[in-house]
Design a protein around this ligand. Structure first.
Ligand code: 5GP
Ligand code: ZN
Length: 116
């Protein structure tokens, strides 16, 4: 998929509006349009990578930046003490629906386990 057709690339470039809660040079984090918990934020790299499976050794530092941003989002939205879950859906069986790597940060309620 070309980057100009990718909804998350368009959000990162602010071509499509989103409720951005955190950003830096490499990362953008915004509230999910269909929240599954009181706090539901999607953390993405500005770089278009289709999925975790499509990431390479060159992306290791960037993947670390995503997790660091997830932690910062949790602190900013005040769920660091109550707890939260960071989820990456990769590929068809995980029902990845947007082909731009992203990590969900979910919290603000007791989360069930195992996931469906
Ligand atoms: P996935 O199912 O691929 O793991 O997660 C994609 C997530 O992106 C879904 O939770 C979906 O609600 C969210 N999403 C899809 N399109 C948009 C959008 O245009 N804006 C926002 N804020 N979230 C979106
Ligand atoms: Zn993209």
């Amino acid at each position: 998929m070309a980057e100009h057709d990718c909804i998350f690339c368009r959000i990162a470039k602010e071509e499509v509006p989103a409720d951005i809660v955190h950003e830096n040079e490499q990362i953008v984090a915004f509230r999910d349009i269909n929240p599954q918990a009181p706090v539901h934020v999607v953390v993405i790299p500005r770089k278009h990578i289709a999925s975790l499976a499509a990431s390479s050794a060159d992306d290791v530092a960037l993947l670390g930046e995503i997790l660091k941003a997830a932690k910062e989002v949790a602190e900013k939205l005040d769920i660091q003490a109550s707890g939260y879950r960071v989820v990456n859906n990769c590929g068809p069986d995980a029902q990845q629906s947007v082909q731009h790597i992203h990590f969900h940060v979910l919290g603000g309620r007791r989360l069930g386990w195992p996931p469906g």
